[in-house]
Structures are given as structure tokens and as C-alpha cells.
Design a protein around this ligand. Structure first.
Ligand code: ADP
Ligand code: MG
Length: 471
């Protein structure tokens, strides 16, 4: 491939799994070139090195009606989780078992309590959420995997993947063909995320800077930086990136205002703080509490973070619970619920039986975010047999999506693999006092993983960023 030396490698490790035909190879070269040119990038293993994000070289078929159902129901979930976050008693009761059995949930709960619970909140909630779905092959319905209320990622890279797939469709077409781009929906997730956060910052009187709380070893920094860049260019707002350790060392409260390195902070946007490894010492917890106690707008508040717990998701699926929070929309929203079972108390005994009778038909989930924590099949069986207090887990019906053959490229390596996909629908949400001033669909994302992998995970190396081809 003249002039394209080094863009892709086929079967670089010699294991024979990467052989693709010349057409696929040319498509992969164009994919990598476009990805790099458009900033569809992640950090490399060594400081100062970068690579393109793992992507598919074209969109993956996804039924249009399922996409539309997911899209239409998603704003209801933003409102639902915000309503849940405002119900102290419900949070307290539902999370009781998880607080008792899981240190991380307990520590988040302490931040909630020590920052004053509901009274300590600023009265405004701004959310960049993502509701995730897998297509359930038997019913044809998009069943919800979870709603992410904290540290949702891939708004920027997701938008860029859609742009790239639209470009590749045109690039692959012959000169006299006009490709049907309507099947690859345009994706404004990056703009939606930036507009939503900026709207929250304006509600706070356009005070100071926006702080983006990040992990020290982040590789997905460009996904975050594209948003900061967008807000800077469009609204002139400055962002500052800070780890929780840096907030602990260099953050302070001045009459309730959060300051960092001397600057006022009007809005804190969390892209870290969702997993126990983000809190290696008490200092990081002190930083989280400092932020929570400040009058900065938090995206999300710790209450909204807690509302996004797996345990809450399971509770909402119980008869009458969703209906209590969302009387108007519950019937529609329930259509996308998968089977969810409590492992607390008496009903827990029934759920354990259910799981043991068919370990491959369920997923066992602890109160964690960020991938790699769920138990499947044999591990699920072992954990259920082990017994003890399972209050920090929930049991979920395993969703079985259809598989596809997908051409992928990761760190320049081209692979055609059998895959399963998960559709994410982003949400843009802003509540000021009791008034919801913004709640809309905010773009989408398809994550496509090797069919052989239980979890996937783009950063973990099993999944690629993708976009839906509506069929
Ligand atoms: P996390 O908060 O860690 O992202 P998820 O609930 O999203 O947890 O689960 C992680 C991954 O596990 C999902 O992206 C999906 O690939 C897989 N998974 C989760 N729940 C199910 C399910 N019910 N059926 C099939 N796969 C699932
Ligand atoms: Mg997830």
C-alpha cells in the first residue's frame, strides 16, 4: 500500500488470525488514517505515544425499530434516576444491604451523608448519561443493560465513529453510486455533552472554570479533551483537569466556593471516582467530600451517582416501584426491562435457585462500574454456591443478542471477528430546582465486542467503538 507504510499490520503476531483480503485491508488503512486525522485517538502504553481508538471499519446492522424504541424511552430514564436520587428514604432502604456488604457503596454513602444528604445538594442536577441496551434476539426488543449516571464516556469518540462510518460508506461506493447515509444516523453526542455541561455552568452564573476530575493513568483523554475543547471554542469556558489526589492537595473551600490552584470552580464533571481504585488513600475520599460539600454544580451529585447503582436498577424492576416514580411513562419504560432479581433476604433464596438451575442464563453483578466485575456461568455458579450474604449483588437475565462478522482494527492490527453489540443512548439532562429545563436524547454509541468475551470493554481490549447501521 504505497505511502501507507505503518498504518495497519495484518497478523502482526503471526498467529494466523488476521488474514483479510485486499479490499478489507484497504478499508482498514482508510479507517486508521481517518481516525487519526479526526482525533479518534487514545493514549498509548508509553507517555508521549498515542494510537487510534479501537474501531470497526464499518457500521454493524441494528434493527431500526429497536433503535427507535431505545431512543424514545431514554429521556424517561434520566428523569427516573434523578427522581430516585431525590428520594432519601428510597435510596437508604434500597441500598441498605449494599452499604452493609460493600465498602465502596458504604464510602459513597458516607460522602452523601457527610455532605448533608438531600439538604446538602445544590438544587440543580446536570447529567450526561448513557442508557445501554442489547438486542434480545428472541423478542426483538432492546433490553436495558444499565443506565450510567456517572463518568459516562465516548460521547466525543462515538460522534467521530459515526462521522467516520459515513465517510467510509462514501469512500467505499463507486463513483456512480450514491450511498444511503440515512441508515447511519448522524450523531451529535459530542455537541450534546458539551452543550449540556455548559448549560449547567451557566445556571451557576458562569462562575470560574469547569473542573474535569480524571484518573491519573487515563488513556481515554481525547474523548474528554474534545468536550473541553468544544466548550472552550463554543462558550469560551475554561476547563481544568484534576485528579482526586490533586484536588485533595490543591483544592479548598472559600465561603462554600470550590477553588483549585486559586481559580473558582463553577461545575465539577466527574470522569473518575466511579471505581474503588480511584480512591487508593483517604485523601481521594477527602477530595470527593470537599467537592460534594462545595456549592459547585456536580455532574453527577453523589446522590445521582448512588441512584445509578445496580441494586437500584433491580429494585425499580420490582412490581409497582417504577410505577411509583414514573406513573405516566412506566408502561413504555418497562418494555425494555430485562429480568432482574434481588439477592437480599427471602426473595434472595429464590433467585439463588434460579441462577443455579441455569448459570449460563444469568449474570451476577456486584455494585461496580467500569467493566470487568460481573460473574458469568461457572463463576456465577461458584459464587452462588458459596452463599453468605449476597446483598451486594443482583442477578440479571442474560441477554442474548445476535452475532455479526465485523472487520475491526485495534492499534493498527486488522482482525475480522464474530461479534455482539451493545447500543448506548446518551442523554442530556438539566434540572434547576423542580423544573426540568432540558431532557433529550443526546446521540448514541455502539460498542461491539468479540462474541467469545462475556464483558467486552473498549479500554480493556475486547471491544471496539462502532455505530449502528439501521436495518
Ligand atoms: P459496568 O457498570 O461494569 O459497565 P454492565 O452492567 O454494563 O456493568 O456490564 C458490563 C458488560 O457486561 C456489558 O457491557 C455487557 O457486555 C455485559 N453484560 C452486562 N449485563 C448483561 C446481561 N444481562 N446480558 C448479557 N451481557 C451483559
Ligand atoms: Mg456498562
Amino acid at each position: 500500500m504505497a505511502g501507507d507504510r505503518g498504518l495497519v499490520r495484518e497478523d502482526g503476531d503471526g498467529d494466523g488470525d488476521g488474514a483479510v483480503d485486499a479490499r478489507s485491508r484497504a478499508l482498514a488503512v482508510e479507517t486508521v488514517a481517518y481516525a487519526v486525522e479526526s482525533g479518534l485517538m487514545i493514549g498509548g502504553d508509553v507517555a508521549g505515544t498515542f494510537t487510534h481508538a479501537p474501531v470497526s471499519c464499518g457500521p454493524t446492522p441494528f434493527p431500526r425499530d429497536a433503535y427507535e424504541l431505545a431512543r424514545e424511552t431514554s429521556p424517561g430514564f434520566a428523569e427516573l434516576y434523578d427522581r430516585v436520587s431525590r428520594d432519601d428514604e428510597f435510596l437508604r432502604e434500597t441500598l441498605r444491604g449494599a452499604i452493609k456488604n460493600d465498602d465502596f457503596t458504604a464510602a459513597l454513602w458516607r460522602v452523601y451523608e457527610e455532605s448533608g444528604g438531600q439538604e446538602g445538594r445544590v438544587g440543580t442536577e446536570v447529567g450526561v448519561l448513557r442508557s445501554d441496551y442489547m438486542l434480545d434476539a428472541p423478542s426483538g426488543l432492546p433490553l436495558q443493560v444499565e443506565v450510567n449516571t456517572v463518568s459516562t464516556s465516548f460521547m466525543a469518540l462515538g460522534s467521530k465513529v459515526s462521522d467516520m462510518h459515513r465517510h467510509l460508506a462514501k469512500w467505499s461506493a463507486n463513483n456512480d453510486e450514491v450511498p444511503d447515509l440515512s441508515a447511519i444516523p448522524e450523531n451529535d453526542a459530542l455537541a450534546c455533552a458539551g452543550d449540556t455541561l455548559a448549560a449547567g455552568w451557566k445556571v451557576m452564573g458562569s462562575k470560574g472554570k469547569i473542573m474535569m476530575v480524571v484518573q491519573p493513568q487515563e488513556r481515554n483523554m481525547f474523548d474528554q479533551r474534545h468536550i473541553a475543547q468544544y466548550m472552550f471554542e463554543r462558550y469560551g469556558v475554561h476547563s481544568v483537569r484534576a485528579t482526586l489526589a490533586e484536588v485533595n492537595a490543591e483544592g479548598a473551600l472559600r465561603d462554600g466556593t470550590l477553588t483549585f490552584r486559586g481559580d473558582d470552580i463553577g461545575l465539577v464533571y466527574f470522569r473518575a471516582g466511579y471505581t474503588p481504585t480511584d480512591y487508593p488513600t483517604q485523601g481521594e475520599w477527602d477530595a470527593r467530600l470537599l467537592i460534594e460539600k462545595s456549592d459547585a454544580l456536580k455532574s453527577p451529585s453523589v446522590a445521582m451517582h448512588l441512584a445509578g447503582s445496580k441494586k437500584i436498577q433491580q429494585k425499580l424492576a420490582e412490581a409497582g416501584v417504577l410505577e411509583k416514580f414514573m406513573p405516566e411513562k412506566a408502561a413504555d419504560m418497562r418494555r425494555v426491562f430485562a429480568g432482574l432479581y434481588s439477592l437480599d433476604g427471602d426473595e434472595g433464596t429464590e433467585a439463588v435457585k434460579l441462577g443455579l438451575a441455569n448459570p449460563a442464563g444469568y449474570v451476577l453483578k456486584p455494585q461496580r462500574e467500569g467493566g470487568g466485575n460481573n460473574l458469568y456461568s461457572e463463576e456465577l455458579r461458584e459464587r452462588l454456591e458459596q452463599g453468605g450474604d449476597l446483598g451486594a449483588f443482583i442477578l440479571m437475565q442474560r441477554i442474548l443478542p445476535p452475532s455479526h462478522q465485523t472487520l475491526t482494527v485495534r492499534a493498527g492490527k486488522v482482525l475480522e471477528i464474530e461479534t455482539l453489540s451493545e447500543l448506548g443512548i446518551f442523554g442530556s439532562y438539566l434540572r434547576v430546582g423542580d423544573e426540568i429545563v432540558m431532557n433529550k436524547h443526546g446521540g448514541h454509541l455502539l460498542r461491539t465486542k468479540a462474541a467469545s468475551s462475556d464483558e467486552g470493554g473498549v479500554a480493556a481490549g475486547y471491544a471496539v467503538l462502532d455505530s449502528p447501521l439501521l436495518v
